[in-house]
Design a protein around this ligand. Structure first.
Ligand SMILES: NC(=O)c1ccc[n+]([C@@H]2O[C@H](COP(=O)([O-])OP(=O)(O)OC[C@H]3O[C@@H](n4cnc5c(N)ncnc54)[C@H](O)[C@@H]3O)[C@@H](O)[C@H]2O)c1
Ligand SMILES: O=C(O)[C@@H](O)[C@@H](O)[C@H](O)[C@@H](O)CO
Length: 284
């Protein structure tokens, strides 16, 4: 297939590596001055413009700035210039595509939201807008599955979709606990990695709770054990610039002495080992 990657930053380059690794013809468009260096030895073509990248594309994966104005302008161009059969997919983390397709034909547009980095993380949240056709959804699911991804079709648009709303809930409580001096960032990470993170890499929150209820299952947990949990009042982090700066400094104190590439490689190695243990080792 011919695939256009619009935006070659953290996510776009990872998608480009995955697409090229599966033998697709990939055209990358990005105004970044260091694009040649950023692309490195990836087997992709650097397009001189968005128009050139999408001209005969079968799929467009957009990975530009998370700004509504940007996505609105770009998707108007994609709808006008990409071939009529092309899937127009956005990696957006939180903006439903109905918000950036008002006034244009949104029938071929949907969210294909990955977790970073898409060449390792299997999930793609497939979120159609109300005008996305069923055929577009089917083709998008088929496309992501062909790449060894795990597409999950979500039934209704909400800002942040599912993954980021869950992540946001946990991140906000994590920040609150650090701001309250209950734990420091490294300690909080140790708590998650050695409990919830390990469990949720094997079973999700609902199956985990069902098993937590013992033989009585989720029903027992919800009607007996869960009562003390329902009394918990979660915190509201202080989002002020000063308080945020203090959290940033605490995270930098924990991890700032290690190179980004070294930390990312360690993350990917562990994640790939977990995927291999789950029989998903071919997701790269
Ligand atoms: N970083 C993540 O963890 C993550 C995960 C999933 C989804 N996303 C989403 O993916 C998208 C990209 O995120 P990112 O982290 O890769 O951002 P990024 O800042 O690393 O990359 C964005 C790229 O878009 C390019 N760009 C700017 N204007 C452009 C234009 N007119 N045409 C083409 N390219 C243009 C920039 O030069 C930059 O390279 C966002 O919508 C983001 O919400 C990010
Ligand atoms: O964590 C991820 O990779 C995704 O949820 C992203 O969409 C999200 O932008 C995060 O990077 C930041 O919240």
């Amino acid at each position: 297939m011919k695939i256009a990657v619009i935006g070659a930053g953290t996510i776009g380059l990872s998608w480009a590596a995955l697409f090229a690794g599966h033998g697709h013809e990939v055209r990358v468009s990005d105004p970044r001055p260091d694009l040649v260096e950023a692309v490195g030895d990836l087997d992709v073509h650097i397009a001189a413009s968005v128009s050139e990248a999408v001209r005969d594309a079968d799929v467009v994966q957009e990975n530009g700035p998370e700004r509504l104005d940007f996505k609105r302008e770009l998707f108007a161009k994609l709808v006008a210039e990409a071939p009529a059969h092309a899937l127009l997919l956005s990696s957006s983390s939180a903006i439903p595509s109905s918000e950036f397709t008002a006034g244009i034909d949104g029938s071929r547009v949907l969210i294909g939201h990955p977790f970073n980095p898409p060449h390792v993380m299997p999930l793609v949240e497939v979120v159609p807008n109300p005008r996305t056709t069923e055929e577009t959804v089917r083709k998008a699911v088929e496309f992501y599955r062909s790449l060894g991804r795990v597409p999950v079709v979500e039934h209704r648009e909400v800002p942040g979709f599912v993954g980021n709303r869950l992540q946001n809930a946990l991140q906000r409580e994590a920040i609150h606990l650090v701001q309250e001096g209950v734990v420091d960032p490294a300690g909080l990470d140790e708590v998650v990695v050695n409990s919830l993170g390990l469990r949720w890499a094997a079973v999700g929150p609902f199956l985990g709770s069902h098993l937590g209820g013992g033989p009585g299952g989720y029903r027992h947990l919800a009607t007996h054990i869960g009562s003390s949990m329902r009394r918990l009042t979660l915190g509201q982090p202080d989002d002020s610039p000063e308080a945020t700066e203090r959290v940033i400094e605490a995270v930098e104190k924990a991890y700032g002495d290690r190179e980004y590439t070294e930390l990312a490689a360690e993350r990917d190695r562990k994640q790939l080992a977990i995927l291999a243990a789950r029989g998903q080792g071919d997701t790269k």
